[in-house]
Design a protein around this ligand. Sequence first.
Ligand code: AMP
Length: 557
Amino acid sequence: MTQETGGFAALGLNPNIVAAVIATGYEEPSAIQQQSIPIILEGHDMIGQAQTGTGKTAAFALPILNRIDPSKREPQALILAPTRELALQVATAFETYAKQMPGVTVVAVYGGAPMGPQLKAIRNGAQIVVATPGRLCDHLRRDEKVLATVNHLVLDEADEMLKLGFMDDLEVIFKAMPESRQTVLFSATLPQSIRAIAERHLKDPKHVKIQSKTQTVTAIEQAHLLVHADQKTSAVLRLLEVEEFDALIAFVRTKQATLDLASALEAKGYKAAALNGDIAQNQRERVIESLKDGRLDIVVATDVAARGLDVPRITHVFNVDMPYDPESYVHRIGRTGRAGREGRALLLVTPRERRMLQVIERVTGQKVAEVRLPNAQAVLDARIKKLTNSLAPLVADAEATHGDLLDRLTADIGCTPRALAAALLRKATNGQALTLDAVEREQPLVPTSSAPRERTAGSGDRPERGDRERRAPMPLGEGRARCRTALGARDGIAAKNLLGAILNEGGLAREAIGRIQVRDSFSLVELPEEGLEKLLAKLKDTRVAGKQLKLRRYRED
Ligand code: AMP
């Protein structure tokens, strides 16, 4: 076991779980994990204020796994999440961390999928149930005892659950569980509504908040780019083409990511190496020496491995994976701008991580401006500039040394000097794309967004706080259909209840749902025309606030 992974063992987790975490490539617990794991292991109730990207999932998943009894084949832990995407992610995380715990099974319970198999998995003895509140309530209506054995409850993204109108469902779920259970609540924000839940349903909870003190960073030019997680490597490759760097350090989260990115860079001809907690001390020193003297230009590192690294040549820091907290961000970018030099720090932000970016901005007291990914033209210009810079110094005396040879070759081949120079260029550039077309073909465009709330199709994004309120009402546009339900304000329905239910049960992306109008005795919802019949069939049994939704196409004429 490496010294760093001792970090997880020292928190009191059992060896099977620590082993799975090591296999996942985590080197040390993040701040929220350091603080939460011991509290949850001891059985306390807890309120954790943390957002996506801090490592909050493992902060509850690891100790919960530690506390269940794999030999008992009944639900023991329930994790509630606002959307099915998050429920699936959390379930996958549990499966990963439980890899070395034979007999532990996890079931994800969410809308838009048949209920039968979910119920069967619960009855077959899944110990961990990860669910969205709406669908779980449907199960409770069929079998009110389904949660009777659950003694650990986690509310993940509690503020989002309330925003999506799941308050009443939560109350139903609380009642269906033993009062003696342990309850853990995670939320990015703690508005009054969340505090009220905590007061009613948590017992003497411990609070965990990652305290962030303001730190100023000067002499380092900071910027961020929006990219999708699966396009980070191509984004990095593109950035490297246009950024004029001397030496660069790229931060990622896992050992595997250091190896993957370093080999992708090497394959493109960069002098790159990985630095992670598995690398022996003498090898680590060799890597740092090489970076210092220019045998290496890029080091791909985890936070742990880069600790104390002081190389004045570093002009750039790429935060390829988001740091866990603003302090690590400040620490990371401090690897550049050494000894009063200027440095540049770029942060890649996936759509889900935008909130973390805001936290970083608040804590550092600085705006991290958005830049766009260089387009093919910028890449081409950068390549030609490099070529020009490498050839220009040779021109002065090349004619004296190689002029006669040129004459002879043009005569022998029977071509013009221009044709020969072109052939030599082709040889020297070794197949590199040097026309706009060729560059475009070579690098598929990575979509980015400059509008702060713009979404790109297929991002699998979860709804973010405040999103819906800020969006202007959408007119019934092409491709949309208006649907009606007989549930309205007098049934205790608010737009967010409808939104939450339709999102989860229908398995829709947030942007697929248009305007929702709630009237006293009915409500109207704008849904995509394409696949509408299928969607309505899916929503057939959906209930909102305990009543059947019965959504139908609505024709105004
Ligand atoms: P979360 O905040 O739970 O959404 O986690 C964000 C990401 O961080 C996930 O991709 C996790 O796999 C990763 N992660 C969580 N804890 C650690 C850790 N201690 N070391 C490295 N990566 C981690």
